[in-house]
Write a protein of this length. Structure first.
Length: 383
């Protein structure tokens, strides 16, 4: 059986699902194809951080556009993703950390964010749960969180309600350009034709890109994450250490959700990222050093995801440089959850031959042509 579409999207994570959603809004006939299930990898297993402060300076147009969508997600999608505008508190323990924090604050302000820098004395009165070792902080009231386990399936259902087609459990095994169109075949025997194809295959997208002569220095890893037993509710903002070892939030029913560095490389098969027990112990020690009252919390579950990382910690978003009609959206590098709505909208515009709202040139796939070995800049953050 041969199914005909305007666009076939490979990968039903948030980048793929949002692009499918916005392409259907533009009236295109779209197939969303995934070898597993919607949002089953990093899109559904991440921390859920909708952080604005601390972004790369050139990413703010994309990030701010995305936040506008998250703020009206329920209306646009028709379901809840448990969006909560908690605010975000960056904290610093050391002089080097303070300098980094102030640099983040300046970059955020220059892009229109309202950032408040808080010194040690004010921290003690306003956030008494923090350790006295915290030297300074910056607060962004517009930052938020959402539930990643709800978000991607909700976007996919909105896409389906609008007439899209979803094929779960179909591994694309063959893509053949046919002079202005593509023929695709899955290992399960399904066949598609499409005028355009989007590679949004997450941690496996670089392998697909390589088959078309577009090699990128991406590898897969994930941050160790865990959740504790419910505790009395006291932590409203996300608290994140600029030193990188603590990202923590508390949900309304009291559970503490933690993520931290160093990240762990994914298994050789690319299917999973396991959390070694010592990383839970290390994480709890880091958490207690920031919020001492959490020191004796019981960890009830741990997990990680399979995330794609690139040397400059920015995704690949845009057209192929080797095959007309092929597009890429992958390599969120730990920050893809927040920017996903803007990635989807801008890429859908590009696929539909429209002008995207944000400049996607910084995210072009060929920016790594002179650097095809994994950068030392990020390998030090993994073990």
């Amino acid at each position: 059986m041969m199914d005909k579409f305007d666009v076939v999207i490979i990968g039903a994570g948030l980048f793929g699902a949002f692009t499918a959603f916005f392409l259907r809004k533009r009236g295109l006939n779209v197939a969303l194809v995934d070898r597993g299930f919607v949002g089953a990898q990093s899109s559904g297993a991440n921390f859920g951080n909708l952080r604005l402060q601390g972004r790369a300076a050139l990413q703010y147009p994309l990030s701010l556009q995305a936040q506008l969508f998250w703020e009206r997600f329920d209306t646009e999608i028709g379901e809840s993703c448990e969006y909560d505008r908690t605010g975000h508190l960056y904290i610093a323990r050391t002089q080097k950390g303070i300098e980094k924090l102030l640099g983040y604050a300046e970059a955020s302000r220059s892009n229109g964010l309202d950032i408040e820098v808080i010194d040690r004395s004010d921290l003690k009165s306003r956030f008494p749960f923090l350790s006295p070792a915290i030297a300074a902080a910056s607060h962004s009231a517009r930052c938020a969180v959402a539930n990643p386990r709800l978000a991607t399936p909700a976007v996919a259902r909105a896409f389906l309600r609008d007439g899209g087609r979803l094929f779960e459990g179909h591994r694309v095994s063959e893509i053949i350009p046919n002079g202005g169109s593509f023929s695709l075949r899955t290992s399960e025997g399904r066949q598609f034709t499409a005028m355009k194809v989007l590679n949004a295959a997450g941690g496996w997208a670089s392998s697909l890109a390589k088959t078309f002569g577009e090699e990128v220095p991406m590898f897969s890893a994930g941050p160790p994450q865990f959740v504790t037993e419910p505790l009395p509710y006291m932590l409203r903002p996300i608290v994140q250490a600029v030193e990188g070892d603590v990202i923590v939030r508390q949900i309304a029913r009291g559970n503490i959700i933690f993520a931290g560095y160093p990240r762990t490389r994914s298994q050789a098969d690319g299917e999973h990222t396991y959390v070694p027990p010592q990383k839970i112990v290390q994480g709890m020690a880091s958490l207690a050093s920031v919020i001492p009252s959490f020191a004796n919390a019981e960890v009830i579950r741990s997990w990680s995801g399979v995330e794609g990382y690139l040397p400059d910690m920015l995704p690949v978003v845009g057209p192929s440089q080797t095959v007309p009609g092929l597009f890429h959206a992958f390599g969120g590098s730990g920050g893809g959850f927040q920017i996903a709505p803007a990635v989807g909208d801008c890429l859908a515009a590009l696929v539909a031959d429209e002008q995207p709202a944000c400049d996607l040139h910084p995210y072009r796939i060929d920016r790594f042509n002179a650097q095809l070995e994994t950068s030392e800049k990020i390998t030090t953050e993994f073990d």
